[in-house]
Design a protein around this ligand. Structure first.
Ligand SMILES: [Cu+2]
Length: 139
């Protein structure tokens, strides 16, 4: 019986260690699916999609027009040293796109939206409405 004790202890540690590893992997996979970047897109998107980056530099948005597909991501980055209030729609008639109407961007800040509606849209800086860019979303 005395000779069996170390074997029982080792077996117990192996089983406990395996359970801990399993729990860590399980909870980290849960965490990633609920908080990772993929969670921003609705379930029906699936697969891999393109991120279209539009930068604002020297009061110009580049590119001036972006063409994307449903489920792609549009990211707008403000590289100028001034605050922007990015708004969807034309200047006198803001209109939400995917739930976003306006978004404040300080220097070096970005925001992203998943393209969820087809059509032709415009986004502009509400504080300087010459700063604008169009985007077209196809199926
Ligand atoms: Cu405006």
């Amino acid at each position: 019986m005395k000779k069996l004790l170390p074997l029982v202890l080792v077996t117990g540690f192996v089983i406990a260690g395996g359970a801990v590893l399993f729990a860590v992997q399980y909870f980290s996979s849960q965490y990633l699916t609920s908080h990772g970047t993929a969670a921003k897109q609705p379930a029906e998107c699936g697969g891999v999609h393109v991120t279209h980056v539009v930068t604002i530099q020297n009061d110009v948005m580049n590119p001036q027009e972006t063409t994307g597909k449903l489920c792609d991501v549009l990211t707008i980055t403000n590289l100028d040293n001034k605050r922007r209030i990015m708004a969807f729609g034309v200047h006198d008639s803001h209109k939400a796109y995917n739930g976003v109407t306006e978004k404040r961007l300080e220097k070096s800040q970005s925001f992203s939206v998943v393209l969820n509606e087809t059509g032709t849209y415009v986004v502009h800086d509400h504080l300087d409405d010459d700063v604008k860019s169009g985007f077209i979303v196809a199926k």
